[in-house]
Write a protein that binds this ligand. Structure first.
Ligand code: CA
Length: 452
């Protein structure tokens, strides 16, 4: 389901400019493929490792990556002044620290440089050879140093589904429609797409058992989420207002919040998730900037007539009219048997980030409302993106309804939860009439056997 288009005037952070012009083409031919996630209108940032050249900061264009450090050393960003200083190092952190005006200036410069007809790089064969290479020739690494990670629970459909399974009489707790609920996660185990995920071990207790046991997780799951990197920080003791929140967001990635459901069930009372969530979280490598997402802003979730209006610090008209983002998110799976039989991955679900009850601005505002300081590169994830229909449920817990409705795979195998060798592939993209489709690339992870 897509939220209806707003007729209200766009706030500055949702306005489009000539970098979004759908007619723009790039001299990098693969960027003009209608199916690419990385047309010239996207220009996401990432960090990579190249065997010959070492670390690099890149911008994705079609199936190529442009090395920003080489361009900077060649003087391509000299006119930008301080904006280019931020890309000195081997990850995005210093650039994120530069703030939104630097990001916008660099986006504009890269859009010019990669446009069809621009000769600066296109016809400088030597520089082009050094600075542009195939994405398949580099290995993507974490885009930045993630100091802190928070996971929200912003889909009312996910919260209602999970609540119904565990508390059938009282699925949605009374705070849900007042507070963007979340928990503090673990930054050290956030890994880049493609990193194998070892099945965790932990304490679980069967319903009919007297005591818990320790061993490999039996109910391993994924959660399809969207994550936001914080850009500009706020000082401790100073909250970020709902009006300013968008200016504190750098860009978005896809997030897989791997979840050990049997461990979660035993440990989560009374303080919430702990070891069931902290063994691994996977993110996609390309950070799609808030500027690239401007054409896809939509009104916030349409609350029911009886729902409470958010308290004043979580409410403003710009957030109501443009706080949502219409990102289609998909989860695919390929089992080991499917791989062995050359069967392509199959899609498990497709949902939209427009269906979240709370917006990213509300999550950030709430997070800082008590005075908590957010640092540049902190990651906040949205919580599982689930929609109102069965095929839009963003976790296997929901899809198989706690294992009671197994999922059939093309090999004849069934899944209630993830098996060793399963690869989970998440994809995200934005489409809107009158604009060029942009995508997030992939967020992948394959399950390895427990290491006991
Ligand atoms: Ca989660």
């Amino acid at each position: 389901m897509t939220a209806p288009e707003s007729t209200l005037a766009s706030p500055s952070w949702a306005q489009t400019d000539d970098t979004h012009d759908p007619a723009l083409r790039s001299w990098v031919e693969s960027a003009n493929d209608p199916k690419t996630d990385f047309p010239i209108q996207n220009l996401p940032f990432g960090a990579f490792w190249h065997d010959d050249r070492g670390c690099g900061i890149g911008v994705a264009i079609g199936d190529q990556v442009v090395d920003m450090l080489i361009l900077r050393d060649a003087g391509v960003f000299d006119d930008l002044g301080d904006a280019a200083v931020g890309i000195f190092t081997d990850n995005l952190y210093p650039f994120i620290l530069e703030g939104s005006s630097a990001r916008r200036a660099l986006r504009r410069r890269m859009s010019e440089l990669l446009r069809e007809g621009n000769k600066e790089l296109a016809e400088n064969a030597e520089l082009r050879k050094q600075a542009v290479c195939a994405q398949s020739d580099v290995r993507m690494v974490l885009p930045t140093m993630i100091g802190d990670y928070t996971d929200f629970y912003a889909s009312i459909h996910h919260a209602t589904n999970v609540g119904t399974m565990f508390r059938p009489d009282n699925p949605l707790l009374p705070n849900y429609k007042h507070i963007p609920v979340g928990y503090h996660g673990r930054a050290s185990s956030v890994v880049i797409s493609g990193t194998p995920i070892v099945r965790p071990c932990g304490q679980t207790k069967a319903d009919d058992a007297d005591a818990p046991t320790f061993g490999p997780c039996k109910l391993l799951d994924y959660e399809m989420e969207v994550g936001a990197f914080i850009g500009e920080p706020n000082a401790m003791g100073r909250s970020v207002s709902i009006a300013d929140a968008e200016e504190h967001l750098f860009g978005l990635v896809l997030v897989n919040d791997w979840s050990a459901r049997d461990m979660q069930k035993w440990e989560y009372v009374p303080l919430g998730p702990f070891l069931a969530k902290n063994f691994a979280t996977t993110i996609s490598p390309w950070v799609v900037t808030m500027e690239a997402l401007a054409p896809f802003r939509v009104p916030t979730f349409e609350r029911d007539a009886g729902d409470p209006k958010p308290l004043p610090h979580l409410f403003n008209s710009d957030n109501e009219s443009h706080g949502g983002i219409d990102i289609t998110v998909e989860v695919w799976i390929q089992s080991q048997q499917m791989k062995a039989q050359n069967i392509e991955p199959v899609r498990l679900s497709r949902g939209s980030f427009a269906n979240m009850y709370w917006t990213l601005s509300q999550m950030l505002t709430h997070h800082t409302s008590g005075g908590c300081n957010m640092e540049p590169s902190d990651l906040i994830a949205s919580g599982t993106v689930s929609g109102p229909t069965k095929d839009s449920r963003g976790s296997m817990l929901e899809l198989s309804w706690r294992g009671t409705e197994p999922i059939d795979l093309p090999t004849g195998e069934q899944r209630r939860f993830l098996a060793d060798g399963d690869e989970v592939i998440m994809r995200g993209y934005c489409e809107r009439e009158g604009f060029r489709r942009i995508g997030f690339g992939e967020c992948r992870g394959v399950i390895m056997p427990a290491s006991t």
